[in-house]
Design a protein around this ligand. Structure first.
Ligand code: DNO
Length: 358
């Protein structure tokens, strides 16, 4: 297992590389370019610059999250071929600088969704929360405005204004896209890019839909074991893999995370693990919590043990953290609680490792 930490770049993150370097074990960086419009190719020059910045701080850059997929690809429009060519170029350039895994998602229009970005927990910390009964009543356009005004001044990944400014039009275009059609469009995308990944040794790791069910009538397909099984077979190559996100898949209690890790991990299809905890309030209503098992609803020992048992050699990162100790940062992505997450997950790993040696 290789521990990593997500970083949003020098211009757009309150957390510095110097701080990340001092987290026990100096996790390597999960980075991205945030100033390239979705659909454009990532130039070698820009990705090289990012790598240099990270390496100058004594850290490594081997995982990218995300190279976002243009809506026209998800919609299967004729213009998709141009965007797929750009995507291939990004993969090639990332391969040249030593990137091993690209995390991406195939969620129509929206990325992850929460109804609250700073819910006060009993201990005074703040966490993100989701309540489906609120979402049912939401107007998506209004919701996008709320996300933009409640995020401590940060543009949330996946909620970039340029992606959302033509929201109404985009929603309209999805009228004819159901799950089957979305699967077909994903297959077309993968059939085109996976040969390039094989050539340059960069693994694709699709992120599950968060939450893993349909929202606003839009189809969502990266949601459960059955669909993940179908997905890995769309192109049967180890380069067509998964980001196993415990929090996203786990927000549907029918998804048994340790079991999914064992199943897809032993197939060699998990390249990246997002490991976090959350606390269920009721069906489709939860808030995020610290990583500690007893603070949430997941057994984090069982999750880490599943990774250990399959001999996981891929990348792992702590995921959304709470805001604690007065920190002001991007929702979910402050320094402190995620650093505690790293220490805790590393602690579990070390304990499991030693237990097995005895
Ligand atoms: C949320 C993240 C997602 C993820 C993308 C990957 O915090 O896990 O936004 O980065 O879905 O494309």
């Amino acid at each position: 297992m290789k521990m990593t930490f997500r970083w949003f770049g020098e211009k757009d993150d309150s957390v510095t590389l110097e701080q990340i370097r001092q987290i026990p074990g100096s996790p390597s960086i999960v980075g991205a370019l945030y100033d390239v419009p979705v659909g454009d190719a990532w130039s070698l020059e820009k990705v090289q610059e990012l790598k240099n910045t990270v390496e100058k701080a004594g850290l490594k850059l081997e995982v990218i999250e995300s190279v976002n997929v243009h809506e026209d690809i998800k919609l299967g429009l004729p213009s998709r071929d141009k965007y797929i060519e750009n995507y291939k170029e990004s993969i090639r350039n990332l391969g040249k600088i030593g990137v091993k895994v690209i995390c991406y998602n195939f969620m129509p229009v929206f990325d992850w969704l929460r109804t609250e970005l700073a819910m006060k927990l009993e201990d005074g910390s703040e966490a993100m929360a989701y309540d489906d009964s609120i979402v049912q009543k939401l107007d998506p356009v209004k919701m996008v405005e709320d996300m933009a005004t409640n995020s401590n001044g940060y543009v949330l990944p996946g909620w970039e204004p340029y992606r959302l400014k033509e929201l109404k039009d985009t929603l309209e275009k999805y009228k004819d896209i159901d799950e089957e059609k979305l699967f077909e469009n994903l297959k077309y995308f993968l059939e085109n890019i996976i040969p390039v990944c094989e050539e340059v040794d960069v693994k694709m790791a699709i992120h599950p839909d968060d939450p893993p069910w349909s929202l606003f009538g839009l189809p969502r397909i990266v949601t459960n074991k059955e669909n993940l099984n179908r997905l890995v077979k769309l192109v049967d190559s180890p380069y067509n893999g998964l980001t196993l996100c415990s929090g996203s898949l786990g927000s549907n209690p029918k998804n048994n995370i340790p079991e999914l890790i064992r199943h897809f991990g032993s197939m060699g299809r998990i390249h990246f693990g997002h490991v976090r905890n959350l606390k269920f309030v009721s069906d489709k209503k939860f808030h995020e919590s610290s990583h500690l098992s007893s603070d949430g609803s997941f057994d984090m020992f069982e999750i880490m043990k599943a990774y250990h048992d399959i001999g996981f050699e891929g990348y792992i990162r702590p995921d959304h953290g709470r805001m604690i100790w007065g920190e002001k940062a991007r929702p979910g992505y402050g320094l402190y609680d995620r650093a505690l997450g790293v220490a805790y997950l590393n602690g579990l790993w070390e304990a499991i490792d030693n237990m097995k040696k005895q």
